[in-house]
Design a protein around this ligand. Sequence first.
Ligand code: EPZ
Length: 428
Amino acid sequence: MDRIRIRGGRPLVGTIHITGAKNAALPLMAASLLTDETLILKNVPRVADIVSLGDVLARHGVSLAEHGVDGDGGLCSRCLSLQAKSISTATVPYELVRKMRASILVLGPLLARCGEARVSLPGGCAIGNRPVDLHLKAFEQLGARIELVDGYITAAAPRGLHGAEIRFPTVSVGATENIMMAACLADGETVIANAAREPEVSDLARCLVAMGAKISGIDGDRLVISGVSRLRGTGHEVLPDRIETGTYMMAAGMTGGDVELVGGRLDLLSSVVEKLEEAGIKVENTQRGLRVWSNESATHGVDVMTQTYPGFPTDLQAQMMALMTTSRGASMITETIFENRFMHVPELCRMGANITVHGASALIRGVPELTGAQVMATDLRASVSLVIAGLAADGDTVINRVYHLDRGYESIEQKLANCGADIVRIND
Ligand code: EPZ
């Protein structure tokens, strides 16, 4: 099982290229099921979750090809073309869903395209029990019959789906995406109130419109979808990964570095930039993206509460906590989205951090320096918070179970080594 060893204490200086957002590419891939024509996605990140969902789609009969030329003949290093000419099966088995909980995103497209779907209930994961009740209730409102049998969701809409007025009691990124995709081919108009406003939801909506869907209210919390009879293929560029961008901004700040993030977009991270500047980190736009640097020996402690977009993203909570471990003063970080997203706390404490958890809040008292240690990755974002801590720690940090990292960060050790980090992957 691969491990990563980091010898800390070197400032990150140089350039990092930001890749397409994993959490945009996944629903975009699922959208290929909505048409029998070819969908070409550009700027797709090379991460394990993309490969896993590709395996799920291939099982449904989607032909996938990664090729160097995009739809209009331009050179494209990471284009993925997907075509669901016909659907061979509407079942997604447990062993695939267990590996890739975002497989739940095929439920809406399969229901809309074939009138049925059978998807294993995704289990919980390290950060929470991750229910899908909001998805299922909304599908029933669209006219599907939902049953839970032997751990599987069986959904049927033999006469097709019809429009409905849906109001989500809590904001859900995945439920918004799933329902929006299904509603594109439903009969009539669907309104989604209290819709998620994450940029990845908007990126999916824009791709669906390019495929012929009729969606208004994009970027807002009220989406109106008028069903159409069919969708066509299109070419779509996946938007840059704001979570990857924020992660490297915090790594640069933590090490007192100076890094240009090519392709990074500050407009997708306004709540994060506000907190980083409050902590004493400098950020500016550049021709190619953004520059982040720190002149101070230590950051200032700031308080953070995670919220749905455009608030501070839960997917950057662990990384922010790592940054705060060596800040001057104290900081309070409150996690409001998931019920168990502090798995990185005991690992950071093993590196000398001073963190106490009180319910949904963690109090971090800054310490002068962390010390390298053997630590355990538990989930995608917790593992990258340990990388950030290791980059600044005195001595060696070895991170075990780095398969968590590989799910969402493309070539992380290369990107960091190119900026001067002493980081290597140990295959043993
Ligand atoms: C998406 O997960 C992201 N994953 C997550 O990123 C991200 O943390 C999350 O949105 C919040 O921004 C992808 O896009 C693939 P939710 P999702 O539905 O859609 C509860 C990462 O690190 N809920 O917005 O599963 C849920 O338990 C991952 O890249 C219900 O109660 O998140 C959570 O508390 C981790 N019932 C809250 O809502 C439901 O039916 C938000 O979940 C659905 C969700």
